[in-house]
Design a protein around this ligand. Structure first.
Ligand code: KIV
Length: 279
């Protein structure tokens, strides 16, 4: 059964943890969906893990649409949430609604996510008023990497912690159905999770959140450019892939692949006749 934003709220109420993983393509979305994960995030992290940029700043609406369409086609049950890329909503409330609408209409997402707190409450409210569910994202918001001066833990001082609490409340009041909290001290994330009635989804924010999200290439050991401290590798799929590519290369070079098992047949008479005619 399709997971909805209402299910997110009931899971928080019932104390059931919410699971979320990123995906950017049809085949991976199908694997994640079949595993029973509650939600798939088409994150703008695709700029780094799929497109090879050093950060998420260059990701465009067209990039997001391309990937969310593929993920939506591969997903039956999980709630598909699509990130709004840098400068698709910061520019105006109007742009925010138009671009959120495109991710829903063309991309078939079930909800959108945008980074930022109080300063984007008006944008969130307008998108929600257009009947589009919005997930907030506070803490280490990667689109602000240049303003932060790097990927750094947020909310460590009293002032910064109070600002994050205000941001979370502002997003809830604006109608967000959930808030991602990224790279924030776990006791602060736990406190925010306690005071909000909507669920919090943590990434590098400890175990006190209502759920967790990870980038799939990180949790499967497929992306080695940069591994944040909060990542746990649940498998070494990167090594499995490299070994498989090496075996394939060896077998092709030595002539051991393909064998008859992986080839198609033609009547010997036909091929003999063609050979004869050309001599
Ligand atoms: O883009 C992304 O994958 C994200 C998660 C890291 C939360 O925003």
């Amino acid at each position: 059964m399709k997971t909805t934003v209402a299910d997110f709220l009931s899971m928080k109420k019932n104390g059931e943890k919410i699971t979320m993983v990123t995906a950017y393509d049809y085949s991976t979305a199908k694997l994640i969906d079949n595993s029973g994960i509650n939600s798939i995030l088409v994150g703008d992290s695709l700029g780094m893990v799929m497109l090879g940029y050093p950060d998420t700043v260059s990701v465009t609406m067209e990039d997001m649409l391309h990937h969310v369409k593929a993920v939506s086609r591969g997903t039956e049950n999980a709630l598909v949430i699509c990130d709004m890329p840098f400068m698709s909503y910061q520019t105006s409330v109007y742009d925010a609604v138009v671009n959120a609408g495109r991710l829903m209409k063309e991309g078939r997402a079930g909800a959108v996510k945008l980074e930022g707190g109080k300063e984007y409450a008006e944008h969130v409210r307008a998108i929600v008023n257009a009947s589009i569910p919005v997930c907030g994202h506070i803490g280490m918001t990667p689109q602000s990497v240049n303003a932060f001066g790097g990927f750094k833990v947020q909310g460590k001082t009293e002032e910064a912690a109070r600002k994050l609490i205000e941001d979370a409340i502002a997003l809830q009041e604006a109608g967000a159905f959930a808030v991602v909290i990224e790279c924030v001290p776990h006791k602060l994330a736990e406190y925010i999770s306690e005071i909000l009635s909507i669920p919090t989804i943590g990434i590098g924010a400890g175990n006190g959140c209502s759920g967790q999200v990870l980038v799939y290439q990180d949790m499967l050991g497929m992306y080695s450019d940069f591994t944040p401290k909060f990542v746990k590798k649940f498998a070494n799929v990167g090594d499995v892939m490299t070994d498989a590519f090496k075996s394939y290369s060896d077998e092709v070079k030595t002539g051991n692949f393909p064998t008859e098992e992986h080839s198609f047949k033609i009547d010997d008479d036909i091929i003999d006749k063609i050979r004869g005619d050309r001599q």
